[in-house]
Structures are given as C-alpha cells and as structure tokens.
Design a protein around this ligand. Sequence first.
Ligand code: HEC
Ligand code: HEC
Ligand code: HEC
Ligand code: HEC
Ligand code: HEC
Length: 421
Amino acid sequence: MTRRLRVALGAGILLLGIAAVALLLQSRGPGLAEARAFYASQPEMLRPRPYARVPAGLPDLRAETCGGCHTEIYAEWRVSTHARAWLDDAQFQAELHKNDGVSGRDAGWICVNCHTPLENQLEELVVGLEDGHLGRPRRIKNPNYDPLLQLEAITCAACHVGEDGVVLGPYGAANAAHAVRKAPELLTSTACTICHQAEAYFPDAEIGCAFNTAGELAEGPYRGRTCQSCHMPEVWRPLVAGKPARVTRRHWFGGSLIPKRPSDEAGLVPVRAHYPSGVALTWSGSLTGVVAGASTELTFSATNEHAGHAVPTGDPERYLLLRAEVRDAQGALLAEREERIGSVYQWKPLKVLSDNRLRPRESRSYTIKFQAPPKGEVVLLLRASKFRLSPENLAYHHLEGQAVAGRVYFEETRRVPIEAQ
Ligand code: HEC
Ligand code: HEC
Ligand code: HEC
Ligand code: HEC
Ligand code: HEC
C-alpha cells in the first residue's frame, strides 16, 4: 500500500467515524424525541404511524421481503392503489409539490403521514410549528429514514408491524417465521378508518379533508359491516406455500378500480371480476310500446346496489357520469341526457355547494323524452363512467399520459321496434 493511499484511507475512516457518531447522536438526540412529542400533541390525522421495528426472524420490513413467503398476498397488494399512493400517483405528487413552501405554505408534511404512513418512511420529521401555523413546520432530518420503504407507500408493515417489532395478524399463530401477535383491530373498520375517515379543515395551511366513508356506512343499511367484508373478499388458501389452508383475505383493496397510471390497466382487468361497481344503471319498466310518431318518455334509474357508503365516497373530486341516448335506426340522435353524480366543494372558505351522491341502496330515476320515428326501431344506449378527477383538471395539472381520469364501467345498447299507431 502506498503512503498516499494509507493517508487517504486513514482520513476516510476518520470521516466515517465522525459521520457515525453524528448519526448516533442524532438518532438518540433531542430531535427525534422532540418530533415524537410534537406528533403526539397533534390530532390523529396529522400523525404518522409510529416507528416500526424489524420483527425478530426477518431481515427488514420491505413488502418484497414479506412477499418472499406470502407470495399471493404480495402480488395482490402490488396492484392495489395502496402500493401506488406515492411516486406512482402523479396527481398526488403534483399536489404535494404545490405545498412545498411556495406561496409561504409548506403543508406537505401532512400529506405524507397517510400516503407514506410509517415514521420510517419519512425523510423529514416535524418538531414544531412557527407561530402554531400548520403551513410553517420546523423540520429535522429523520435519522431512521428508509428510502426504499418510502417507495412502497402503504406497505405491509404500515398495517402489520407495531412499535414493538411484532407482526400483527388475525390469528396470532405460533408457527410463523417471525414474531406474531393477534391484533383484534385488524378485524374491525378501525384498520381502515385511521386514514379513510378524516373530516377537517385547516385554514392556515389551506388544507381540507372531507372523507366521511365510515360515517356514511354507520348511517346506512350496511351499518355493522366492516370495510374488509367488501374490500378484502375472503379466500381459502395457505398463507405460505406448504402450510395448511386457512380463511384469508384478498389484498387488492379494490374500490373504483380506476388505474392510477395508463400502464396499470392490464393488472386491474382480472381484479375487476372480484368487485362489483357501486351504482347500477337500468331502464325502468318494459320497453315495448314505442309508438310510431308519438311523443315518448322513457325512464332509467341509477341505484347504489353494492357500496356500503355513498358513491362516490372519499375524495370529493370523484364523480360518476350517467349517460342515456336515443337514436333512430340510421344512428341519428333523437334525445340525450347526462347526469353528474358527486359533490361540489368550495374550499376558501370551506362549503359544500352541492351533493347528489347516491347513499347505500338509494335509487334515483330520470326521464328522457323524444319523438318516435315513423317506423323501424329506436336504439337506446345507457353508459356509466366513474372519475377520480375531471379530464379538465387532468389537463390543468399536465398529467396526460401519467394519470388516468376515469373509466367507463357499464355500457348497454338495446333495440326497440316501433309499433304502428
Ligand atoms: C388522513 C389521511 C390523509 C391525508 C392527511 C392526506 N390524504 Fe390523500 N388520500 C387519503 C385517502 C384515504 C385517499 C383515498 C380516498 C379516495 O381515493 O377517494 C386519498 C387519496 C388522495 C388522492 C387521490 C384521489 C383520487 O381520487 O384518486 C390524492 C391526489 C391525494 N390523496 C392527495 C393528498 C394531498 C395533496 C394531501 C396533503 C395536502 C393528502 N392527500 C393528505 C388519505 C389522506
Ligand atoms: C420466511 C418466510 C416469511 C416471511 C419473510 C414473512 N412471513 Fe409472515 N408468516 C410466515 C409463516 C410461516 C406464517 C404462519 C403461516 C401459518 O401458520 O399458516 C406467517 C404468518 C403471518 C401472518 C399471520 C399472523 C397471525 O395472525 O398468525 C401475518 C399477518 C404475516 N405473516 C405478515 C407478514 C409480513 C407483514 C411480513 C413482512 C414484514 C412477513 N409476514 C414476512 C412466514 C413469513
Ligand atoms: C395508512 C393509511 C391507510 C390505511 C390504514 C388504509 N388506507 Fe386505503 N387508501 C389510503 C390512501 C392514501 C389511498 C389513496 C392512494 C392514492 O390514490 O394515491 C387509499 C385508497 C383506498 C381505496 C381506493 C382504491 C381506488 O383506487 O379506488 C380503497 C377501496 C381502500 N383504500 C380501502 C382500504 C381498506 C379496506 C382499508 C382497511 C383494511 C384501508 N384502505 C386502509 C390510505 C389508507
Ligand atoms: C391497508 C392495510 C393492510 C396492508 C397494506 C396489508 N395488509 Fe395484510 N391484512 C390486513 C387486514 C385488515 C387483515 C385481516 C383480515 C381479516 O382476517 O379480517 C390482513 C391479513 C393478512 C394476513 C393473514 C391472512 C389473511 O389474509 O387474513 C397476512 C399473511 C397478511 N395480511 C400479509 C400482508 C402482506 C404480506 C402485506 C404486504 C404485501 C399486507 N398484508 C398488506 C391489512 C393490510
Ligand atoms: C357493502 C360493501 C361495502 C362496504 C361495507 C364498504 N365499501 Fe367501499 N366500496 C364498495 C363498492 C362496491 C365500491 C365501488 C364504488 C364504485 O363503483 O366506484 C367502493 C368504493 C370505495 C372507495 C373508492 C371511492 C369510490 O367512490 O369508488 C373507497 C375509498 C372505499 N370504498 C372505502 C371504504 C371504507 C373505508 C369502508 C369502511 C368504512 C368501506 N369502503 C366499506 C363497497 C363497500
């Protein structure tokens, strides 16, 4: 070894040593304790999930590691929106960066607590607020930040690993490859509502959250049902190859099943067979009796048949578009009707301007009027689409090609013969 190399190596080791001591001081230091005390003083929706310790028997917390044994559950979670709540969600990233301190508002620390929920997933932690202002956080670097875990968004450990480094499960089986504890809260809606029930408006940060899914469930005919009963369908299978089969639950967390990115579509096609859409669209009554030349009125109805809560629920930007068309045999449009189902919010100050969402099992009828042609037939079209955000907002945020606004989930054409007068 040359002398120069030895000196360089020595300096390198010294620097590494200093860095290690600094890191140790920081991880034990007042910063982390201060951040934890700050979060503890905040309402639940402004807190990350506590730091999760790696369970005995596992090398790390990564979903991919869990997936090495829990292959099917991992493959299901991979295509879920939960796995796409961070970099794969271009709309989320665009909105997060709008909160990055531009216009004096630095409120992104609130968003990351639900979209990358574990303390381990946060690059920075908040230790306090300037003048108590939610848009002016004082931050420190998180000494326990795990950048790979952050990429997994709502990862397995966010729901399954506690502060004590034990895997939380529905059975509390003794023969797992890792420490396990029975966690009754996984069997109740609480496992979901910690993020999905959030109604608050923080005027200083200009941030509002209007999720009342659990409230809608509690008020309606499905009260008493859990979110899991619909969103995690049961399936009989082993948890790990070679183990006996058990009652387990799917981890697709299917909802609207609108892909996040255009490239996610293929992965969702097979999943749709397991989840009905919420609102069904149908013509009412018998469709015979369209009389030649007569002024005619037909009725169609939209019914929230399958959701335990309002449709749409959650994000107030979501809406349905219902469309009916009547055409003659040559395809000329005789009548059309389009209805938007959703809510409209004003954010500054917060006010619900309108809300015509369909509550569970609620049905609504619409009429469409036209002059019947003298002979032949009429062609009736019914179409239902659902949207995460409007195509106009998609364009406004320059998200074309990166995000998907919505999808058509139902389309039906019927031909009705014209009866002579
Ligand atoms: C209390 C937890 C929580 C916080 C805090 C939070 N979100 Fe969300 N976010 C959710 C949940 C739950 C959903 C899913 C609801 C839905 O899709 O209807 C969601 C969905 C979204 C979506 C996708 C909407 C869609 O319909 O596809 C975007 C974009 C988003 N959030 C942005 C943000 C931004 C920006 C912030 C911070 C200003 C933020 N979120 C803070 C829980 C949270
Ligand atoms: C080396 C293989 C292996 C890895 C890696 C692994 N598990 Fe497991 N896990 C098992 C086995 C084996 C069982 C018990 C299966 C049985 O008894 O049917 C189990 C059981 C479970 C259970 C059920 C617990 C209960 O209530 O009894 C959960 C939840 C779970 N694992 C989650 C995880 C998570 C989350 C990860 C990653 C952080 C993970 N596992 C990583 C092998 C593994
Ligand atoms: C740690 C916070 C968190 C927890 C816990 C959580 N979710 Fe979510 N969930 C989210 C966020 C954030 C999104 C939206 C992600 C996005 O669009 O970027 C979401 C999206 C969804 C969607 C919408 C899917 C779609 O694309 O339309 C459904 C359905 C859902 N979650 C069901 C559940 C259920 C059921 C549970 C409980 C077993 C649960 N979630 C627990 C944060 C959470
Ligand atoms: C949003 C929360 C959430 C996420 C993320 C999540 N799980 Fe689960 N998981 C649950 C809930 C809730 C149950 C219990 C369902 C029941 O039995 O009612 C469960 C059950 C399980 C079980 C027991 C068998 C079963 O299906 O009931 C295993 C094993 C498991 N999860 C592994 C994983 C793995 C591995 C990942 C990541 C690839 C993961 N989970 C991600 C909420 C989650
Ligand atoms: C009786 C079954 C049922 C129950 C119970 C239920 N859901 Fe849903 N949920 C649905 C259906 C069906 C959809 C699909 C709606 C659609 O067509 O987009 C849905 C959609 C969603 C969506 C996506 C937003 C949307 O409007 O599509 C979220 C988020 C969601 N549910 C969360 C929850 C949470 C959280 C709970 C528990 C508090 C819950 N759900 C309970 C059936 C149910």
